[in-house]
Design a protein around this ligand. Sequence first.
Ligand SMILES: Cc1cc2nc3c(=O)[nH]c(=O)nc-3n(C[C@H](O)[C@H](O)[C@H](O)COP(=O)(O)OP(=O)(O)OC[C@H]3O[C@@H](n4cnc5c(N)ncnc54)[C@H](O)[C@@H]3O)c2cc1C
Length: 341
Amino acid sequence: MTEDVHDLVIAGSGIAGLSAAVYAARADLDPLLLEGDEPGGQLTLTTDVENYLGFPDGVGGMELVQRGKSQAEQFGAEFQHGRIESATLDGQPLELSLSTGDTIRTRALVVATGASARWVGAENEAELMGHGLSTCATCDGAFHRGDDVLVVGGGDSAMEEALFLAKFADSVTVVHRREELRASEIMADRVREHENVRVRWNTELEAIHGSQEEGVTGATLVSHPDGFPREKAESGTDVERETVDVGGVFYAVGHTPNTEFLDGTGVERDGEGYVRTRTDETGRPTTNTAVNGVFAAGDVADPAYRQAITAAGTGSMAALDAEQFLETLAEEAQSPVETPA
Ligand SMILES: Cc1cc2nc3c(=O)[nH]c(=O)nc-3n(C[C@H](O)[C@H](O)[C@H](O)COP(=O)(O)OP(=O)(O)OC[C@H]3O[C@@H](n4cnc5c(N)ncnc54)[C@H](O)[C@@H]3O)c2cc1C
């Protein structure tokens, strides 16, 4: 085994990757953590995390991941910029090609690459993304003091974004294509009770107006009393159209797992792209993927819960599974199986 082969690389610096890094570093595996394009992951997009165990008064998302990073570094984890663009995982060592042009070799890999925000396909969204259109209220909310803004979506993320934006904006309108929210009752109640937030039911965003110089100036909304108005408009049904003056639009319509770099590698994924992990021979859930030495943790393998605490939990499991794999690999290297003459 040569020096330029790492024992363990962790792809992703969200809470799953950080948790894996803490466990792996404490086990002397000298993990290398690749930060990806979003250092700290999704938690950097939120202000208050109230449901993470051990913080009775809540904790800032950014603070939580910064504390995790310090903890991992304290035990010897290394951090490196860069995103994995492709991987060759069909034998030892595993090989990872990065966006920086580097190639990294490793005996084990934890995939903790999370999920990315989805866009809704409204007219002008590509031009206006980052110019008044955003997928991150925490990042961009403060630019909208005194504006009227739209939030597109109906789940917990959309409610959180709307409540956060209400701190800055004059009014927040949640645009939802159905007549009931997917959000948890507690979050939906907070939105309903907030005087600056209202929900427009059975309504979708069709187009965003503005320019890169001026930012967002308005939006065209379509409505139909039976919901899903864009689908209805496309099939020729009459819908109501209204142009509203808004200074900002925020998308909060879910995420896509960041697993494209696993194309052609043998790592199994479900129809949405979430990595499938396996049970062992006794039926115990593990973080093992279909490829030997590759483990998955956090939102990238979790279409159901997608919480900070579950991501941190599976991060620790992945490090423990990787540690066991590396021990077996080392034992096999010391006593190679003899092939019959
Ligand atoms: C607005 C918002 C509020 C939230 N609030 C809460 C809350 O209050 N409580 C709660 O429990 N959960 C909350 N969540 C959910 C929580 O943030 C996620 O469940 C958690 O961050 C998932 O962690 P993760 O490490 O799996 O993935 P992520 O946090 O998504 O991190 C993924 C990491 O992988 C990196 N990456 C991506 N692709 C690659 C690649 N190809 N190569 C290398 N690296 C890559 C990214 O740069 C990033 O660092 C919230 C989420 C959002 C968006």
